[in-house]
Design a protein around this ligand. Sequence first.
Ligand SMILES: Nc1ncnc2c1ncn2[C@@H]1O[C@H](COP(=O)(O)OP(=O)(O)OP(=O)(O)O)[C@@H](O)[C@H]1O
Length: 328
Amino acid sequence: MAHTTEPTDTAARGGTVSLADLEARAVARGSASGYGDDALIVCDRLVRVYSTDGIEVQALQGLDLLVERGELMALVGASGSGKSTLLNILTGLDVPTAGSASVAGCDLLTMDAATRLRYRREIVGFVWQQTARNLLPFLTAHQNVMLPMQLRGGGGPGGRRGRKARADELLGILDLAHCRDLRPAQLSGGEQQRTAIAVALANSPDVVFADEPTGELDSNTAEQVFAAFRRINDELGTTVVIVTHDAAVAEEVRRTVAIRDGRTASEVLRRTEVDEHGQESVVAQEYATIDRAGRLQLPRDFTEPLGIKERVLLELEEDHIQIHPDRA
Ligand SMILES: Nc1ncnc2c1ncn2[C@@H]1O[C@H](COP(=O)(O)OP(=O)(O)OP(=O)(O)O)[C@@H](O)[C@H]1O
């Protein structure tokens, strides 16, 4: 085998290490640690500490998360797990205490005020749980969808006519053509949330964040809203991140990441598989996540029945690792 590792050879020969050697090593190290190079959303060891009256609360405790462009995924977690804290950081409303976070190449820690405004208008879209936060009550559905394009300024693609056509196109994709000239109070809960999705999409953002978007809806209506998220993900390729406490959302998306105590704890992936008879079925599998430091959190359902507490024995097999309770 040909030797291409010059720097090591130099060192092995006992010679002095040249600047070129050091540079080559730095480049090699850099490419090896290219965490999330291709991801749209990158959270790396994200920490958020709140201090109130001298008491510190660690809402995020070194959270790692990668979301690829084009994903339709959900972040789930119990109350207090850190979902809102994470969402506030990802939507540019809050800044983490430590770690790093970027969305579509925007560094969320170092953005200045002007970039933050552009980020919130053009790079990300939002759908909140409360309609009042999503839609202006005195504007029609069509006018609500036009508004972010008008606020963006710069004329927008195709000028006023282009913006009107875009608003109509989005209302069409979301099955809302019949609601075009109605005000929010004249729309059903599901129609309001679908209009909110159209508003979020107005400036063609890289990602839409939705916070408990179906929290105030019955299950049938919620199903229509999830179908709308799937449609914009399929037809427009928009990345969608849904944040909820409702674990049942896993049925509606392809990837669900669970947050526990300010860290990502596990993931459920849903894939469509085709058997030898051509029958399609959806297979959901739960994975434990490994953080950047190599830490793995074992689910309580697994540790409790085996009485696993402080330590385990690990055995490396050819294609898997065995974890044994400490019987000593
Ligand atoms: N502004 C704040 N000041 C102090 N502590 C806070 C603040 N915001 C959140 N926390 C604390 O941080 C932790 C995470 O809160 P967060 O709101 O992110 O959780 P959550 O998963 O969104 O919960 P919920 O579903 O109830 O909204 C909690 O312990 C919460 O009390």
